[in-house]
Every structure is written in structure tokens, then in C-alpha cells.
Write a protein that binds this ligand. Structure first.
Ligand SMILES: Nc1ncnc2c1ncn2[C@@H]1O[C@H](COP(=O)(O)OP(=O)(O)O)[C@@H](O)[C@H]1O
Ligand SMILES: [Mg+2]
Length: 730
């Protein structure tokens, strides 16, 4: 009986043995052995293969990807072997089918056990592998002998997709893998060479991997002895491959569709897989239409050879959630790879690995996988033989034909090369042969990490030193941060020191300048104020002029010196320069001065800007005079000065001023400031007026002398008596 260990899962298969015929085309996947009836156009090649096997027990079937190698063996050669075409009276065959995958010895052991016994569990397989490892091919011969020797049974070992064995090159860190590959090849060649048991070995391999065979001892020689290069089907054979299955199903296609198909296929790569897929969809479309024959319209409706595959794959992801799309992307990236020569190849992976890489649950992965297996989309294969299902892309042509997947594969290989670069430098760093990374490399790597979010399961595919690589990045990042911080700190330090030095120097300069100017101002002011006071009391204009000059100097030195303006204003009042005085007081009000000076200045401005005094006999004038005299006794100094000044300036010839002022002073003798103001006022009255009231004034002075007055009052009394006696001014 036939047992196909790694038989394709065909959830969507032709219906000859099933309950209802569905579709005579298999789509993207290779033909299975039980689909031999649907397999057309390879009669001649099958005969040639049989002839080869007749001569030698080892055969390497080589051809470009998608040229139909696997199908040729599975649906062409194997059925013929089973039909007794190779060896007369030995028409019983055991068929072991395997792909090397990640673990060629394990897969070999599993497929052989499967071929000779009905069931085998993990323990059987593991035990068998251990034996193979220690005793090599002899173990296999011993194990197979009961099933093969002394019976008329032969065994065919099909090593499909042999090129997978070369994938170890991608994993430079995994020496065991390389050793396992070498062991596998030598066992395979030994099995082919021995003559104890009738074991035949057929392997299929992509022709673009021929050069890689050189890496293994004995392999090129064996391949030279038995190699079959699969030719591309001729136009006529392609015609058979199209028409045969349709006729078998009792249907027909129009001549124009046949011509169109043959033309469209032309010489493009992947002609068989895209043709198979397009025909499968065209058949469905025709079935739906109910038309008598398959025609152009059905073919065009599915997107023709050019688009059908890509469109179909895009349909599988249409309407997916963002999360499922991400899982899909990572899934397909995990199932494909680019080898070191840039060849895009598939890479079967176990479901557990896919879950670890994508971070998705088992259900999520299954849901996504099913989308690519259902509805006639045989894009993914699921081999549920072992507990942990093996997932595989059904054909590499999908990578080439589905644009999106092509892009994903390219992105993946870029990510892998970035990762490997990091691993490389991280390892050199660990050995002291390289420093930590700085920009731009570090930034590129960090950006990559943020976008890719690599995890250990993913990285494991390419190199196992994931932690070393990531901690190298982290350490580089810390160093960069530190360097930045140090740089920022030192810049800040320089700036701070510079500013501090500048401030100190400036401050010192300012202080020196300020103190000097304060000293000068104080000197000038003292002089000036003394002069004003002198002027006020002696009524000597020259003193006022001298004072003003000193104030001018003070103002020039320091523009906004409020006190200087204020006192210059007073001096100008005394000199009768009313407007200029008012200007000075107004200027004082624009400066930041203390409250007392502000109030004084306001009063001055008020009085100086007041309209000229009305004539003396005017009642308003009398009222104003009384008010001014009263203000001379005010508690507020500024009011007193302003009032005295106004009386001296405006009212010094008024006959009522002297008697009124004396009356007020007599009444308020306790108010010494007011009394002194009265004395200053009398001193400054018009001489004629003064003489006219001489008796009255002397009387008043007498009352002030008892009890003895303060020094200021005494000084003013003496100077007034001199004036009244007609003594000249000093
Ligand atoms: N004789 C044939 N007629 C029609 N389709 C074929 C034939 N041989 C192969 N195919 C199709 O071509 C594609 C590739 O076949 P496969 O055997 O997997 O090629 P290979 O192993 O060379 O990559 C599959 O879709 C398969 O169904
Ligand atoms: Mg194949």
C-alpha cells in the first residue's frame, strides 16, 4: 500500500474520489499522487524518469522553481512505479516523502517510519533519530529490512525541495544545523549506494541551487551520475495540461480561450502555477455562469493569468482587522526568506513558532491560515501530522506573483540584515574589537527596533544572540544619552561661568560708577540745597543762580535725579521763573519719587500753573489770601512752602498780607514752622509795605522773644529787626 508521509493537505481537492466533483484544477500546490488522472502533458518525462531509475537508484530532478518537479514525481512517476512499470514482479512500493526543513534527520526518520508502519509517535521517532545519529545508514537498513527484505516490496524515498538543506547557510551560528545537514546527505547517499535493500532515492531541487551542492562531500558526484533536468512543457504539452482535465470532467472550452491561455502563458516565469490558479478560478466562474463552454469571459472575469493570483490573495486579506493583517504579514514573513544570494525561498514553520513570532494566539493564527486555505485558495499548506502543525506556503510562485508578499519578504530580509549587523558588531564589542555605536548607525538601529519590535522567537531564525544584540543597543543608547548630557552640561557650565564673570565685572563696574556718582551727587546736592536755603533766607538772587547752576550739573550727570529737579524748581520759584519752575516740578512727577516729594511737587505745579492772582480788592482775592496765609501753618510742609512762596511771589505788595499774617501767627504761636514761615514772608515783603507796618511787626517780634525762641526763630527775628532798622543786607 502507499503511504505518503508528508502528503499535502487537500481541503480543496478534485472530486473523483470524493462525493461531488468540484474542480479539475489543483491551484497553486503540486499535484498529489491520487490526482494522477488530472495530470497531463508530462507523459514523455515520466518515461524518461523511469528509465533513469532503472539504471541508477539515485535521481536528482532539477529544474526552475514552478516548472513542475514535485508534481512530476508525485503524480507522474509514483503512480507509474506503483503500476509496476519499473521492476517486473516487484510492483509493491513503500513511498516515503519528506522535505528537509529545519531538521532533515528528524524528517527523514519520521517519513521512513511512516512509510513502513502505520503509526509512529514522537518517542519512536526520537529513538530512531538517536540510532541514526550514532550508527548512520546501517540503522535505517536494519529498521527497513523486515518490511523490504524477502518481500517483493521496494522503497522510494522522495526528498522534495532538497534546496531547503542549504538554508543552514543563513544560520552561521548554528553549527549543529550544518552538521545535521551533512549527516543527512551522507546517509542519503549511503542508502542510494547500498545494495542490501531495494531503496530508490529521488530528490527534487531548484536548479538555481546547483552550485550549493559543492558544499557537501560526494553530492556533486552523485548528482552527476543521476540527474534529470525537467524541461519546460512545450506549447503542445501546455495545451494538454489545459484541455485534459476539462475534458476529463466532461466539459469543453472554446478554441479562442485555449489560444488566449497559451498566448498569455507564453514564456513567462511561473507559467504553470499561475496557469493552474487562473484555470481553477475560471472553472468556478464558468460553473456559476451555467454557460455551455468555458470561454474568454470567464477567464477575464477572474483577472486572467496576469492578475488572478494577486487579486485572490488580496481578497484573502480584504476586510481583515488591523491586528489580523499584522499577524498575516508576520506569518508570511516567517514562512519566507531570502537566502544569502538573495533568492526568495519558502520556509516551513511550526505553528508554535509562528505564534511566538507573531505574538498571536493559536486560534488567531489558525483563523489567518484558514483564510489562505479556504475558498479554493490553496496558498498555504497545513500538515497536521505531528502535534505541532507545520505551515508552509504552497508554492514560491506566490512570493513572486503576489506583490504585497514580495514587499513583505523584502522588508523581512532588510530587517534580518539589520539584525545580523547589530549581532555582528555586538559580538565584536563583546570581544573588545568594536566600540559602542553612535549615530547615525545607532539611530538607524533604534528606529528599526521601534518599528520592527523584534522578539527572541523572531531573531532566533537568524541568530541566537538576540539578548547580546539588544543589550548592545541599550548600552549604546545609554552612552549616547550620557554624551549628550555631558555635552549639554559643559555648554551650560561655560555659559554659566561666562555669565557669572560678566555679571560680576558689570556689577563691580556699576557699583564703582554708582558709588562715585552718588558721592558726587550728594556733594553737589548738599552745596545746591545750601545755596537755595541761603538764597531763600537771604533773598540773594546770586545764591539762587549759583544753586541752579549746581543743580544743572547734578541733572546733567544723572538725568533723572528727582531731588535736583525739585530743588532747582524751588530756586527758580525764588527767581520768579514761574514756568520753568513748573516744568521742573512736572518733571519730578514723571520720576519714581517718594510720596512726600510727589505731593510737594504736585502742590507746586498746582500753584505755579494757577491763573494769575486777581486784583487785591476782589473778594475772590481776599479769600485766596486768607487761604494762603492759613496754609502757611499747615501740618504739611509742602503746603506751607507752596503757600509762603505764592504769597512772596504774588502778594508781596498787598497791604492786607502783613496784618493778616501777623494775626494768624499770633493766633498760632505754637506752630513754630508756621511762625518761621511768617517771618520769612515778612522778610521778603516789599520794602515799602514792610516799613509801613514797622510798629506792628516790632510788636509781634517782641511777643515772639518771650520766652526765648528757638535758634531758627531767633535768627529770623534778628534779621527782620535789622531790615526794619534799615541795616544793609549781608
Ligand atoms: N503538468 C502540469 N499541468 C498543469 N499544472 C502543473 C503541471 N505540473 C505542475 N503544475 C502546476 O504548477 C505548479 C508548480 O508545480 P510544482 O510541481 O510544485 O513545481 P515545482 O516543484 O517545480 O516547484 C503547481 O501549481 C502545479 O499544480
Ligand atoms: Mg516542488
Amino acid at each position: 500500500m502507499t503511504s505518503i508521509a508528508a502528503s499535502q493537505n487537500t481541503s480543496y481537492r478534485y472530486g473523483v474520489s470524493g462525493s461531488s466533483p468540484v474542480n479539475p484544477f489543483v491551484g497553486l500546490r503540486p499535484f498529489n499522487t491520487d490526482e494522477a488522472m488530472l495530470f497531463f502533458g508530462r507523459g514523455a518525462q515520466t518515461i524518461e524518469l523511469l528509465e533513469h531509475l532503472h539504471r541508477a537508484r539515485f535521481l536528482a530532478v532539477v529544474g526552475s522553481s514552478g516548472c513542475g518537479k514535485s508534481s512530476l514525481i508525485r503524480a507522474g512517476l509514483i503512480p507509474k512505479l506503483e503500476a509496476g512499470f519499473l521492476v517486473e514482479d516487484r510492483d509493491r512500493w513503500r513511498i516515503a516523502v519528506m522535505k528537509p526543513g529545519d531538521s532533515p534527520l528528524r524528517n527523514l526518520a519520521a517519513s521512513l517510519l511512516n512509510a513502513i508502519s502505520l503509526q509512529s509517535n514522537d518517542t519512536d521517532i526520537n529513538g530512531f533519530i538517536d540510532e541514526i545519529r550514532s550508527a548512520g545508514s546501517q540503522t535505517i537498513i536494519e529498521r527497513l529490512a523486515p518490511a523490504l527484505a524477502d518481500t517483493d516490496t521496494s522503497l522510494l524515498l522522495l526528498v522534495d525541495q532538497f534546496e531547503e538543506i542549504f538554508r543552514f547557510n543563513l544560520q552561521a551560528d548554528k553549527v549543529e544545523r550544518r552538521d545535521e545537514a551533512a549527516d543527512f546527505i551522507s546517509i542519503m547517499l549511503a542508502l542510494a549506494a547500498q545494495r542490501e535493500l531495494p531503496i530508490y532515492i529521488v530528490m527534487t531541487m531548484r536548479s538555481d541551487f546547483l552550485g550549493d551542492c559543492d558544499n557537501f562531500y560526494g553530492l556533486p558526484e552523485a548528482m552527476n551520475r543521476g540527474q534529470y533536468l525537467v524541461p519546460r512543457p512545450t506549447r503542445q504539452q501546455r495545451g494538454q495540461a489545459i484541455e485534459g482535465p476539462i475534458r476529463l470532467f466532461g466539459a469543453q472550452l472554446t478554441q479562442r480561450l485555449l489560444d488566449r491561455l497559451l498566448n498569455d502563458v507564453g514564456d513567462q516565469t511561473d507559467q504553470l502555477p499561475v496557469l493552474q490558479h487562473a484555470l481553477m478560478r475560471t472553472w468556478e466562474e464558468w460553473k456559476r455562469s451555467g454557460d455551455p463552454k468555458l470561454d474568454l469571459c470567464h477567464y477575464e472575469a477572474v483577472g486572467t493569468i496576469k492578475d488572478a493570483l494577486s487579486r485572490d490573495a488580496d481578497k484573502a486579506i480584504a476586510g481583515m482587522s488591523e491586528q489580523d493583517l499584522k499577524i498575516t504579514q508576520r506569518l508570511f514573513q516567517a514562512l519566507t526568506t531570502r537566502d544569502e544570494r538573495g533568492r526568495r525561498i519558502r520556509r516551513p514553520a511550526h505553528q508554535s513558532e509562528i505564534e511566538a513570532i507573531t505574538g498571536a494566539s493559536s486560534d488567531q493564527v489558525r483563523t489567518v491560515v484558514e483564510r489562505f486555505r479556504s475558498g479554493g485558495r490553496s496558498f498555504l499548506n497545513l500538515d497536521e501530522g505531528s502535534g505541532d502543525s507545520l505551515i508552509d506556503i504552497s508554492h514560491e510562485s506566490l512570493i513572486r506573483q503576489w506583490d504585497r508578499l514580495g514587499r513583505w519578504v523584502d522588508e523581512e530580509s532588510e530587517a534580518a540584515s539589520t539584525y545580523l549587523q547589530i549581532v555582528d558588531v555586538a559580538m565584536r564589542h563583546a570581544r573588545g574589537r568594536a566600540g559602542l555605536w553612535g549615530n547615525p548607525d545607532l539611530q538607524i538601529a533604534l528606529d528599526w527596533r521601534a518599528k520592527q519590535r523584534p522578539n527572541k522567537a523572531w531573531a532566533e531564525r537568524y541568530h541566537s544572540d538576540f539578548e547580546t544584540a539588544m543589550s548592545f543597543l541599550d548600552r549604546s543608547l545609554r552612552k549616547r544619552k550620557l554624551t549628550f548630557a555631558m555635552r549639554a552640561l559643559s555648554i551650560a557650565a561655560i555659559v554659566i561661568i561666562a555669565v557669572a564673570v560678566l555679571l560680576i565685572v558689570q556689577r563691580k563696574l556699576q557699583q564703582d560708577r554708582f558709588q562715585e556718582s552718588v558721592r558726587i551727587q550728594q556733594e553737589r546736592m548738599r552745596d545746591a540745597i545750601e545755596a537755595t536755603v541761603d538764597g531763600l533766607y537771604r533773598a540773594g538772587n546770586d545764591q539762587f543762580e549759583g544753586a541752579i547752576q549746581k543743580f544743572d550739573e547734578a541733572i546733567e550727570k544723572q538725568k533723572d535725579y528727582a531731588a535736583a529737579y525739585f530743588h532747582r524748581g524751588i530756586a527758580k520759584v525764588r527767581l520768579g521763573q514761574k514756568d520753568e519752575a513748573a516744568n521742573d516740578f512736572e518733571h519730578v512727577l514723571t520720576l519714581p519719587v517718594d510720596e512726600a516729594m510727589r505731593v510737594d511737587a504736585e502742590r507746586f505745579v498746582q500753584n505755579l500753573r494757577a491763573p494769575p492772582a486777581p486784583p487785591p480788592d476782589d473778594p475772590a482775592s481776599a479769600e485766596r489770601r486768607t487761604q494762603l496765609i492759613n496754609e502757611m501753618f499747615n501740618d504739611d510742609r509742602a503746603t506751607r512752602i507752596a503757600a509762603a512762596t505764592a504769597l512772596i511771589l504774588e502778594w508781596n505788595k498787598d497791604p492786607q498780607v502783613i496784618p493778616s499774617a501777623i494775626a494768624a501767627a499770633r493766633a498760632r504761636r505754637a506752630n513754630s514752622s508756621g511762625v518761621i514761615n511768617t517771618l520769612v514772608l515778612l522778610e521778603n515783603m516789599d520794602r515799602q509795605m514792610l516799613m509801613k507796618h514797622r510798629v506792628e511787626i516790632n510788636d509781634f517780634l517782641d511777643t515772639l522773644s518771650e520766652p526765648s525762641p528757638g535758634p531758627q526763630t531767633a535768627l529770623r527775628i534778628r534779621s527782620l529787626r535789622d531790615l526794619l532798622r534799615g541795616k544793609p543786607e549781608q
